[in-house]
Design a protein around this ligand. Structure first.
Ligand SMILES: [Zn+2]
Ligand SMILES: [Zn+2]
Ligand SMILES: [Zn+2]
Length: 301
């Protein structure tokens, strides 16, 4: 519209009316832009269009692949959303909000970094943003608090700076207690786990020795274990009709279970169960491979 003076009802043209209606519609459907939370990032998307399922007015306002920090995280000053280009950065430094034992707030960054506890959560958010920019290489690395070069000279100390130092000391004392407790719990859990593992190993060794004794007895009985189905079943479990050596099987390898099953009319399910049970016993105790290994060692000596 080039006209500067407002038209009256009498002078309003249809074209002007259409313009007015279009402007009113555009005003009602204003984009509701959300910014990337990474300071300095200029990307934004239209949350209103996204929610309505409409395409954004500009393609660069698309909300595709944007992510959001969930609850339990600190709220950065730039909001909760981050752009596709910063997904990796923000995910690697997801800022979990934590209340220190002192009652003050801190942030537990996914990378392991923690802010010194602060009374206001907004300060923590700012510290995390500084950390994020440092991690992204936009800021030089922070000097350590204890770095002699960055120590405040006695003359420059104020009541406030001393209070901060004492606060830090207090937080460190709390952290120390927490770390010590956590260390104790881990050690206890490790000891319990070791006890369990030892008991388990003892049990396994016992089963192995019992199976070895049983196997030796059976192998030295002069009997055709295939002569009746009961013996054949026992042999299938304790020795195994098939080759158990860990090698490429050849035509010379024993593979008699199928024949035995056919001879006594065992069903596929019975054979499957026998194979399963044999495999369990072969794992727990001596097996064809154990025998073969003993034979190999004897031959080598
Ligand atoms: Zn971004
Ligand atoms: Zn981090
Ligand atoms: Zn074989």
């Amino acid at each position: 519209m080039t006209q500067t003076s407002e038209p009256t009802l009498a002078t309003l043209t249809e074209e002007q009316l259409a313009d007015l209606l279009a402007e009113a519609a555009a005003y009602r459907n204003q984009p509701s832009l959300r910014y990337c939370l990474v300071p300095g990032c200029l990307r934004e998307f239209d949350a209103a269009a996204r929610m309505a399922g409409d395409p954004p007015v500009r393609p660069s306002w698309s909300g595709d692949d944007w992510r959001q920090l969930g609850s339990g995280h600190i709220r950065p000053h730039g909001g909760r959303y981050f752009c596709p280009g910063h997904v990796d950065l923000v995910t690697a430094h997801a800022p979990r909000r934590v209340q220190a034992p002192s009652g003050r707030w801190t942030v537990d960054c996914a990378c392991g970094w923690m802010a010194a506890p602060q009374r206001w959560h907004g300060t923590v958010a700012a510290l995390w943003e500084e950390h994020l920019l440092t991690a992204a290489g936009e800021l030089p690395p922070a000097p350590p608090v204890t770095d002699p070069e960055h120590r405040v000279p006695l003359a420059d100390h104020t009541e406030q700076s001393l209070a901060e130092l004492y606060d830090r000391l207090w937080d460190t004392e709390n952290q120390y207690t927490e770390c010590r407790d956590a260390g104790r719990s881990f050690f206890q859990a490790w000891q319990d786990q070791n006890t369990l593992l030892n008991a388990d190993a003892t049990l396994k060794a016992g089963v192995h020795n019992a199976l070895l004794s049983l196997r030796t007895r059976i192998r030295h009985v002069d009997r055709d274990w295939g002569q009746n189905p009961t013996d054949a079943g026992i042999y299938a479990l304790l020795i195994g009709w098939d080759c158990e050596q860990q090698h490429q099987h050849t035509g010379d390898c024993p593979a008699a279970l199928t024949d035995i099953a056919e001879k006594y009319g065992w069903s596929g399910a019975v054979v499957k169960a026998l194979r399963k049970h044999r495999a369990a016993l072969a794992q727990a105790g001596p097996n064809g491979e154990t025998d073969a290994q003993v034979a190999r060692e004897m031959g080598e000596d």
